[in-house]
Design a protein around this ligand. Sequence first.
Ligand SMILES: *[C@@H]1O[C@H](CO)[C@@H](O)[C@H](O)[C@H]1NC(C)=O
Ligand SMILES: *[C@@H]1O[C@H](CO)[C@@H](O)[C@H](O)[C@H]1NC(C)=O
Ligand SMILES: *[C@@H]1O[C@H](CO)[C@@H](O)[C@H](O)[C@H]1NC(C)=O
Ligand SMILES: *[C@@H]1O[C@H](CO)[C@@H](O)[C@H](O)[C@H]1NC(C)=O
Ligand SMILES: *[C@@H]1O[C@H](CO)[C@@H](O)[C@H](O)[C@H]1NC(C)=O
Ligand SMILES: *[C@@H]1O[C@H](CO)[C@@H](O)[C@H](O)[C@H]1NC(C)=O
Ligand SMILES: *[C@@H]1O[C@H](CO)[C@@H](O)[C@H](O)[C@H]1NC(C)=O
Ligand SMILES: *[C@@H]1O[C@H](CO)[C@@H](O)[C@H](O)[C@H]1NC(C)=O
Ligand SMILES: *[C@@H]1O[C@H](CO)[C@@H](O)[C@H](O)[C@H]1NC(C)=O
Ligand SMILES: *[C@@H]1O[C@H](CO)[C@@H](O)[C@H](O)[C@H]1NC(C)=O
Ligand SMILES: *[C@@H]1O[C@H](CO)[C@@H](O)[C@H](O)[C@H]1NC(C)=O
Ligand SMILES: *[C@@H]1O[C@H](CO)[C@@H](O)[C@H](O)[C@H]1NC(C)=O
Length: 798
Amino acid sequence: MSLRSGLLYALFTALVSSSDGLLSPRGTNCSRNSYDFVDPLIGTLNGGHVFAGATLPFGMAKAVADVTSDNQGGYASNGSPVTGFSHMHDSGTGGASSLANFPIFPYPGCSNDSINGCIFPKTTRAVNVVEGSVSARPGYFAISLESGVKAEMTVSNHTALYQFTFFGNATGNATVNGPLSPLFIVDLTDLPDSRSNGTASVDPDTGRMTGTATFNPSFGHGTYTLHYCADFQGNAIRDTGVFINNRGGSDPKNITVQPDVNNPPLPAGTYTWFKEIENGGHIMARVGVSFISSEKACHNAETEIPDFSFADTLATAESAWKDKLSVISIETTDNCDTELQTIFWSGVYRTMISPQDYTGENPLWESDEPYYDSYYCIWDSFRSIHPFLTLVDPYSQTLMIRSLIDIYRHEGWLPDCRMSLCKGYTQGGSNADIVLVDAFLKNITQDIDWQTGYQALIKDAEVEPQVWDLEGRGGLRSWKNLGYIPADDFDPYGNGLFTRSISRTVEYAYNDFCIAEMAETLGNQEDYEKYLGRSGNWINLYNPDQTSDINGTATGFTGFLQPKYLNGTFGFQNPIFCSPLLSFDQCYLNSNGHETYEGSCWLYTFFAPHDMATLITTLGGPDTFVSRLDYLHESGLLYVGDEQAFLTVYQYHYAGRPGKSAERIHYYIPSQFNTTTAGIPGNDDSGAMGSFVALSMMGIFPNPGQDVYFITPPFFPSISITNPATGKTATIKNINFDITYKNIYVQSATLNGKNYTKNYLTHSFFLEGGTLELTLGPHESTTWGTGEANVPPSVSTK
Ligand SMILES: *[C@@H]1O[C@H](CO)[C@@H](O)[C@H](O)[C@H]1NC(C)=O
Ligand SMILES: *[C@@H]1O[C@H](CO)[C@@H](O)[C@H](O)[C@H]1NC(C)=O
Ligand SMILES: *[C@@H]1O[C@H](CO)[C@@H](O)[C@H](O)[C@H]1NC(C)=O
Ligand SMILES: *[C@@H]1O[C@H](CO)[C@@H](O)[C@H](O)[C@H]1NC(C)=O
Ligand SMILES: *[C@@H]1O[C@H](CO)[C@@H](O)[C@H](O)[C@H]1NC(C)=O
Ligand SMILES: *[C@@H]1O[C@H](CO)[C@@H](O)[C@H](O)[C@H]1NC(C)=O
Ligand SMILES: *[C@@H]1O[C@H](CO)[C@@H](O)[C@H](O)[C@H]1NC(C)=O
Ligand SMILES: *[C@@H]1O[C@H](CO)[C@@H](O)[C@H](O)[C@H]1NC(C)=O
Ligand SMILES: *[C@@H]1O[C@H](CO)[C@@H](O)[C@H](O)[C@H]1NC(C)=O
Ligand SMILES: *[C@@H]1O[C@H](CO)[C@@H](O)[C@H](O)[C@H]1NC(C)=O
Ligand SMILES: *[C@@H]1O[C@H](CO)[C@@H](O)[C@H](O)[C@H]1NC(C)=O
Ligand SMILES: *[C@@H]1O[C@H](CO)[C@@H](O)[C@H](O)[C@H]1NC(C)=O
């Protein structure tokens, strides 16, 4: 496609935003709005673990079909059979499956029309999915089972609403050889099979099923207790009862289970059986959930979806999503590149699934503050999710920050990971520090108790918790006295996983830098100097003599972070170890882990987000730095499916080479982030990958924890964000935009009409609004964004 001027170009574009769009001048239908582009099925194959079902933005109820394999998000597009429909999930997590408590399972009828003709255990009741039957959009999910059941679902905040349609011509294991007399069970189970005890009952008059059970969190410590309340509508009740193991009966009407020798725990629960229904008939199921009581679960359901109206509930969910998406608008080309728009809007969408709003549902403490949960995990989310929310949904981000501070008030520590009311595991530093400071620097609101927030940061930096796997930091004595975490640390002041000495060191250094930034703004000079001093500790693990080769061939780069002992001498970890080229899986969170977490020394050597100027000098100057960064991206050493990779895409900016950052991001999108069900390179991690893509395609990836956004050309002719707090609109326009992406290099820029030579923005642009115009060309500019004055700040050159 030939180059076109911005003015001419505008004639050929159609504005696509949340409002109903227009037909483009050439009559192509580009009028789908942002909502229509969201594909919740992206990332439901090959470990993306994305939750594909129905949810409100940050909602607690998340309804989807649960399958038997790779089911961390409930449903996966891998053809494995369905064990039930459940009402709460997490999205994109690694490790064990989460939640999915109290699945309901519909039988079109029981064999021989007898109760024990229905198969209760989930291992054997699973039914295959009708191929091609899955359909998903924000707030809605549908799937058909070979047993002759079509299931459609939508949600309110704490309630799932299902419409089941029954067909008599079922095939497969659940073939009905009797009348179409649907039976529903609620099983006292969850996806990880973690139930310890539980109780369930059914009301014989109404068919209402209620109950309670205690489960384990999927990546944390302790237990949680959840309650449900399921009601049905659509047909007369034939019978009710309970089941346990593989037998059911209509007497009694309640059942209790306590821990025993069975593993997995025994199938157990209640059923409601309906009279014969016509072929194609519906039964509605409404399931409320609550962490408080089953009465509260019923109350949630009755108040949120009083009339079982699927259409109304879905319409409310759709409009909630359209509202959230309306903050961003993009101008698109007349050739309707739906692939890129789908990648973009789906990424935006996935960032608003979690954390989940459990306000009013927290049984752990009394508080008027909001309570959000499923920070899963902050090690992943500080890098792009929270900065993205600060930009497009400062209201929710504010509630999340308040909730983090309230968790500190009541639990004594900020979480590094938290799910299902339980403490989750810490992966590196105390990275909630970064989340708080990022929001603080960006003035999201004054409605936050920053004094208490600051106290929480200082506690992370100063006080070692007894179990530092669950909060805070380990090795603080060494950190303060030696300035690094020794590989052979002696730390009798607490206990935790004694691994990751290198990655913990660089993360603690950056955590301390963020604390210093806040101290400075608060005018606390003493703290400022103290934490600024500690923020330089990353360099203590830099071994200038360490070389790196791959299979005996030198990479040509010298100087890497290396493990260091208490006695001050360096140890050795092959710099490529735990990269995709060598034993990637040897650096997970277990006692066999090594000195870096989910990445190599090669990767962690780049982690000095606050002092890139010193890092560049240390590694041999800008040219060597750029070739080392190139090598990282081009040699196979980097796995972009893990969040530490994000910053490395943009670190060229610090060497005055913003064009190289643009090249990199165009390499990764769409080759690694695309519209297929396998279109995410790693776990989505609650939208970490989604927000990486969204921010990158908008051309404003942040350095989280600092007031810095790296400028790269947006992937669309222009993008706008209307700040929901200030109502001001910030627009970034590409001049000479070219859909084949030859022109990805900024030649010059103007901000509100004035020349702008810095290669980064600050948040004031988004608070105050304005227009940034980028003039693009096909070759890297030798002038724009280069030179010390135009690169983002480093603490050593401030
Ligand atoms: C354009 O596409 C949207 C979504 O697919 C559809 O709702 C709309 O009716 C279409 N408009 C025209 C004019 O074809
Ligand atoms: C159904 O009834 C038939 C005939 O009595 C019997 O052979 C079969 O085993 C029964 N099936 C079940 C699942 O009970
Ligand atoms: C259906 O039943 C067969 C035979 O019992 C079993 O091997 C198969 O796994 C079942 N299919 C599903 C989806 O459960
Ligand atoms: C869901 O909860 C949020 C946060 O409390 C609220 O703003 C929203 O209106 C609720 N949505 C519905 C559909 O009730
Ligand atoms: C099953 O019934 C539905 C609805 O009557 C019909 O659309 C479908 O084609 C039938 N499937 C088979 C395999 O007969
Ligand atoms: C279930 O287990 C939890 C956690 O162990 C315990 O607090 C609760 O009392 C138990 N409930 C019943 C009914 O046994
Ligand atoms: C179960 O029902 C029996 C009889 O109605 C009642 O005595 C008992 O308290 C109930 N148990 C539970 C756990 O609801
Ligand atoms: C190193 O050599 C081994 C054995 O020949 C080979 O399997 C491996 O792929 C090589 N690794 C790299 C990164 O070249
Ligand atoms: C320092 O400690 C390490 C690990 O215990 C040991 O291998 C090394 O020999 C020690 N070096 C010196 C100089 O004592
Ligand atoms: C889509 O993304 C996945 C995950 O990164 C990647 O494996 C796959 O090759 C990509 N597919 C295409 C067609 O680019
Ligand atoms: C602004 O930039 C343009 C083109 O890059 C240049 O011609 C002009 O002199 C600059 N204006 C100022 C005031 O620097
Ligand atoms: C952020 O808040 C501080 C303190 O209230 C104020 O000085 C500063 O100007 C604000 N920055 C922006 C960009 O609004």
